[in-house]
Design a protein around this ligand. Structure first.
Ligand code: PLP
Length: 362
């Protein structure tokens, strides 16, 4: 019997999303983004599934994530989006791990040392996010300097939109034009610019850069509200975040539920206790959230606790202990909970706690 929440990962949904995104990426290769424990889905589990689909390149944020995933799969190319400190470069070299060079410290390291081992790098350019990347005006000269070094291979040039999810309302079009014209000077290298929003959203014209980096969309959630890609509507949520009902009680009109009694029942009803709380990654502050239980939606009532949350079952309900509620998944979309929590699917996914068991469902 289930005693706490589990995150069930649908192989079918992941396969569906992977093939939709691979098809949209007309010219090249999909980079599956598995940072932050594969957006909370379980990086090891996700990679084990993806390798069966023939994934060739994945990306993570940090070297510790690369080390963990290299144990799982010895062949897949791994790109570290934040790069790595110099002392880890030998390890990267020996393990087919590619580094993103995104600041001048790394530029200096890569251009001033003579490497006795081979390293593979991507050069990141700042397009206006002002987070990572070398300045646009320096791109060509930095690439030239790197090309002068022995044992350093440039895999490609990488850029990142600051607001691809805003479509025409944001700066993505300008940034795309900028990136396209900049990389005119580096035709021999692969380029990677698009993330999920750009792949699914309304950028026009769509540019076919060789590599597209997909995170959220791979997990079945579109970061853009309106999409021109009808295929986006066929994305399926990979994660079902579920938990069992562990207590049911009748309460009368006027009785309060949970800490501080912030919710007072407007009627006689039954309250169900679900064994999942903010200690599992469910947001503590939600307003107007529902779970899906036995074929209908039940409102979350009262303050969400660390290990539990309460829902209203209704007086005539006949739910039983052990029944399973869906906190988010197919029946309750994570975007809905994100709205109720004033958050985003990105944040909610990555907060699914370590104690939540990940189960691969075939
Ligand atoms: C996380 C990340 C991505 C993936 O973004 P999604 O919106 O989840 O597709 C792509 N590129 C970079 C640089 C990232 O950090």
């Amino acid at each position: 019997m289930m005693t706490g929440p589990e995150a069930h990962l649908s192989v079918k949904a992941l396969s569906n999303n992977y093939s939709i995104l691979a098809k949209l990426n007309r010219k090249g290769t999909l980079i599956c983004v598995l940072k932050a424990n594969a957006y909370g889905h379980g990086a090891t589990e996700v990679l084990q599934v993806l390798e069966k689909f023939g994934v060739t390149v994945i990306a993570v944020a940090r070297v510790c994530e690369a080390k963990e995933l290299r144990e799982v799969n010895s062949n897949v190319r791994i790109i570290i989006l934040q790069g790595a400190p110099l002392e880890d470069w030998v390890w990267c070299s020996e393990n087919n791990v590619e580094l993103v060079i995104h600041n001048y410290h790394d530029v200096n390291s890569v251009t001033s040392c003579d490497f006795s081992y081979k390293i593979s790098v991507w050069v990141k350019v700042n397009l206006g996010m002002n987070r990572l990347g070398i300045e646009r005006d320096d791109l060509v000269s930095v690439i030239k300097k790197i090309l002068d070094r022995k044992n350093v291979e440039i895999k490609g040039v990488i850029g990142h939109f600051s607001s691809a999810d805003l479509g025409a309302r944001g700066s993505a079009m300008t940034e795309q034009i900028e990136f396209t014209s900049l990389t005119e000077h580096c035709k021999q290298f692969s380029k990677s610019l698009y993330n999920s929003s750009a792949v699914l959203g309304s950028l026009r014209p769509r540019q076919d850069f060789e590599y597209e980096r997909v995170g959220l969309a791979l997990y079945g959630v579109s970061p853009v509200q309106q999409t021109l890609k009808c295929d986006a509507q066929k994305l399926q949520p990979v994660m079902s975040f579920i938990a069992p009902l562990i207590s049911i009680r009748k309460i009368s009109k006027g009785e309060a539920v949970s800490y501080h009694g912030t919710w007072v029942s407007p009627r006689d009803t039954k309250i169900g206790v679900i064994a999942a709380g903010y200690g599992d990654g469910y947001p503590q502050n939600v307003e107007g959230a529902f779970v899906f239980l036995n074929g209908r939606r039940c409102a979350v009532v009262g303050v969400v606790c660390m290990d539990m949350m309460m829902v209203e079952l209704g007086l005539d309900s006949n739910d039983e202990l052990g029944d399973i509620a869906v906190l988010w998944g197919k029946e309750v979309h994570i975007s809905e909970i994100a709205r109720a929590a004033n958050s985003t699917p990105y944040e909610l996914f990555t907060r699914v706690a370590a104690r939540v068991r990940r189960v691969i469902v075939h």
